[in-house]
Design a protein around this ligand. Structure first.
Ligand SMILES: C[S@@+](CC[C@H](N)C(=O)[O-])C[C@H]1O[C@@H](n2cnc3c(N)ncnc32)[C@H](O)[C@@H]1O
Length: 531
């Protein structure tokens, strides 16, 4: 029993998680449909299908079943499967090889080694590649191997994950005009390391994206996958990508479809939702938050463990030491508009009024200046954007971000960032990075991209709206922890309305945002898609 658990763990670490049958069927179905739409095979008598990391053959088997269901377009079909694992290849042999009249070639090979699979191209490439982060890869593969990946693969950039190399390799293995059906983590849409990979995909025709990020499809693996169907051919101008969402694990045929121009998919980031608010940036007075203020990580250069010896409960600080300590904020103490200084958990230890010794040598002057300054503080892990104003000057833990040195009044930014509109924009853009229990792990790059209306000083109406938001933020800030919920809600409602007006949001879109407010956030995506 224990042995099996160890084996499972080792397989998981190596990115070996076989595709469940329902998902394999879906991938085969949409990929073969795209192949037919692409007119393949026209004059081909043999249809060639490969899975370059086939494991026990789930995808090849699903393709074989689907071809039987819809009728094969070719006189014969030839299946090829490669894998580095001889045991998996053996099992795939008994599954696919014996299954029917189809021809199958199953071979132990490293698909990333171009010499091992040379001069071969296929009509259809299906793959659920291994997902292995660079951290795990460094433990598993030699330095030379990783250097070779970096040298040989354009997509091996930054802190890459092995699956991006497979995307690149699959695109090479498909014949011009052919189809790649890939099951990859939906973070391919958002991660910086995947920029080069997104560029390679966008050089071809992105036929379909199926967002499965709401479903936990893989047992034991915390991965939210998506399906990409890519045709190896440059996208015609005006090409629209079919973006579909599946929410019901029990019924994968229930899909909500939107057609999104491929030109809207940038290499910087893909939104897997329908980008209701993507046009905001084209509004002349909108700038990215990162251009308006400095956004920094609360404790960059520090690990939580290195900070720990310098954290205490306020009561434990001797009177003569008091000047060396500042209140210390951890992510959980930051709520919208307010800070709860009373109790904080840091590194699994609870502190009453946690404080940090800011005289410690490792703290740079810049950090000390940041801590003592007035700033906005943002919780790095929450279910919605939670931003508060730090007026007293607090030291910050890891997973807390600070917004300071702003060209605009911090209270103005505070109101906008805590508004329902910003929550909707955040969900729309970064749903791909959602963690368990609908928590978001927020990062600097995401914050820096948020669109902020910058009023022109010679525009009296715009300046009036600016001042009004500052006033409303002040009213909300004056509510202490004990203030009634309804009073807070009333002010926040007024802030939401003022933000809608500021951004010129149509009444239909306002309705969508209201229904999707954090309290009913799951309905937001549904509404966005239904609209
Ligand atoms: C996520 S599993 C998917 C297997 C199968 N395609 C499926 O959908 O069930 C990834 C597979 O990739 C294989 N693999 C890992 N690195 C490989 C490489 N360099 N070349 C070929 N296969 C590889 C693993 O052994 C594993 O079977």
């Amino acid at each position: 029993m224990k042995q099996r658990a160890i084996e499972r763990r080792a397989r998981h670490d190596a990115g070996v998680v076989y595709t469940p049958a329902t998902l394999a069927r879906l991938l085969a179905e949409v990929s073969l449909a795209a192949l037919h739409q692409a007119g393949i095979p026209k004059d081909r008598t043999i249809l060639q299908i490969v899975d370059p990391a086939c494991g026990e053959g789930a995808l090849l088997q699903a393709a074989s079943d689907e071809l039987k269901r819809v009728g094969s377009p070719a006189e014969s079909v030839h299946f090829t499967g490669y894998d580095i694992d001889p045991v998996a290849i053996h099992r795939a042999g008994s599954l696919v090889g014996n299954s029917s009249d189809v021809g199958a070639q199953l071979q132990v090979a490293d698909a990333l080694d171009r010499a091992a699979i040379a001069n071969q191209q296929f009509d259809l490439v299906l793959s659920n590649p291994p997902y292995v982060s660079i951290r795990r890869l460094t433990q598993q593969a030699s330095r030379e191997k990783i250097d070779a990946y970096k040298r040989d693969y354009q997509s091996a950039c930054g802190c890459f994950d092995l699956y991006v190399l497979f995307v690149e390799r699959c695109l090479e293995l498909v014949k011009p005009g052919g189809i790649c059906g890939l099951l990859v983590p939906s973070r391919i849409a958002a991660m910086k390391y995947a920029t080069a990979c997104r560029r390679l995909v966008l050089e071809q025709t992105l036929v379909e994206v199926i967002d499965l990020s709401k479903l936990m499809m893989f047992r034991g693996a915390k991965v939210y996958p998506c399906i990409l169907v890519i045709r190896r051919a440059p996208a015609p101008s005006e090409h629209r990508v079919r973006v579909t969402h599946i929410e019901d694990r029990a019924d994968l045929s229930q899909r909500v479809l939107t057609l999104v121009p491929q030109s809207r998919f940038s290499t910087e980031r893909w939104s897997l939702s329908c980008e209701r608010f993507s046009l905001l940036e084209q509004h002349g007075d909108v700038q990215k938050l990162g251009n308006i203020a400095t956004i920094v990580s609360g404790a960059s250069g520090f690990t939580a463990a290195a900070m720990r010896p310098f954290v205490k409960s306020r009561n434990n600080v001797a009177a003569e030491e008091k000047g060396s300590y500042l209140p210390f904020l951890v992510s959980g103490q930051i709520d919208r508009y307010q800070l709860d200084h009373a109790r904080g958990r840091f590194q699994n230890v609870y502190y009453d009024e946690p404080v940090l010794d800011v005289t410690q040598a490792r703290l740079t002057l810049k950090k000390r200046e940041l801590y003592r300054s007035q700033k906005l503080v943002v919780s790095g892990m929450s279910q919605q954007l939670e931003v508060a104003l730090d007026e007293v000057g607090c030291a910050l833990a890891v997973q807390v971000f600070a917004i300071w040195k702003s060209a605009l009044d911090l209270r103005y930014l505070l109101a906008i960032l805590n508004s329902s509109l910003m929550h909707a924009i955040f969900i729309e853009r970064y749903a791909a990075k959602r963690l368990a229990a609908d928590y978001f792990s927020i990062n600097l790059a995401q914050l820096a991209e948020l669109p902020i209306v910058v009023p022109r000083s010679d525009d009296r109406t715009a300046m009036g709206k600016y001042q009004r938001l500052i006033l409303l933020a002040e009213r909300r800030l004056s509510c202490d922890l004990e203030a009634s919920r309804s009073l807070k809600q009333q002010i926040e409602h007024a802030i939401d309305e003022a933000v809608f007006e500021l951004y010129g949001i149509s009444s239909a879109d306002q309705e969508v945002v209201r229904r999707g407010s954090p309290q009913a956030s799951s309905s937001l995506d549904r509404q966005l898609r239904a609209a």
